[in-house]
Ligand binder design. Structure first.
Ligand code: HEC
Length: 209
């Protein structure tokens, strides 16, 4: 029995040393343009969903989640803070999204929105806390309150049903970037003094600004 434990301990010890040697040699590629193997991706996504499900299980969505008012309020914040990564109807891709790994899901596509309470609690939790090691920020850290987060959940559930024109109409009817906890400077994007350079310009470049 004693020998068995000694044997097991040396296997674990050697495994740890070999693992350390592998990592220390720089064998693991951290480049965002070098994807994980499908097995590693599966494993990370499985672990992520286990964790989110556990932490979101007691979150109860508000009864008025589907209200027009929540959807209206969510639209402006989505356009201000999320669209670059999660896209909007009729927009093929964005510069930032092409380079992010893992790739942010296209929330304007059908299939992105399921309707049950569990899915809503999951969305709320992800928006509030973010996803470690991905580009998804923990928006509560920026000061976003729970109500503003639920408004975003309400809006992203509607998003795949909207045409590009309807999307723009929702954004226009909304209050732009507005939620509790914003610093005054954050509420006035574009107010910084113009600098003497060519702004956002590189090749290939399709933007008009
Ligand atoms: C800088 C890019 C970036 C921004 C900005 C961003 N996200 Fe994300 N988001 C991500 C990434 C990347 C993921 C996927 C993370 C993963 O695969 O583990 C994600 C995942 C999500 C998910 C889960 C989607 C699903 O069905 O699995 C939701 C919901 C979400 N984001 C909402 C938002 C909202 C709302 C905003 C704006 C307030 C926002 N995100 C802003 C990058 C971003």
């Amino acid at each position: 029995m004693k020998q068995f434990f000694l044997g097991a301990a040396s296997v674990i010890g050697l495994g740890t040393i070999a693992g350390y040697g592998l990592l220390q040699s720089g064998a693991i590629d951290f480049a965002a343009d070098s994807p994980h193997s499908s097995g590693t991706t599966w494993f990370i996504e499985w672990a992520r969903e286990q964790s989110v499900a556990k932490q979101a299980k007691d979150i109860v969505p508000p009864a008025d989640l589907a209200s027009e008012e929540r959807i209206r309020r969510g639209a402006g914040n989505f356009e201000a803070m999320c669209v670059g990564c999660h896209l909007s109807p009729g927009v093929g891709n964005s510069e930032i999204r092409k380079g992010l790994y893992p790739s942010p899901p296209n929330l304007s596509q059908a299939g992105a929105a399921s309707d049950d309470q569990k899915a809503d609690a999951r969305r709320f939790w992800i928006i509030k806390h973010g996803i470690k090691g991905s580009g998804m920020p923990a928006w509560a850290q920026g000061g976003m309150d729970d109500e503003a987060i639920w408004n975003l959940v309400a809006f992203i559930k509607t998003l795949p049903k909207l045409s590009a024109a309807e999307y723009q109409a929702h954004v226009a009817a909304s209050e732009g970037h507005s939620h509790a906890g914003m610093e005054p400077a954050e509420s006035t994007p574009g107010s910084a003094k113009p600098h003497d350079h060519e702004g956002h310009s590189h090749s290939p470049h399709k933007h008009s600004h």
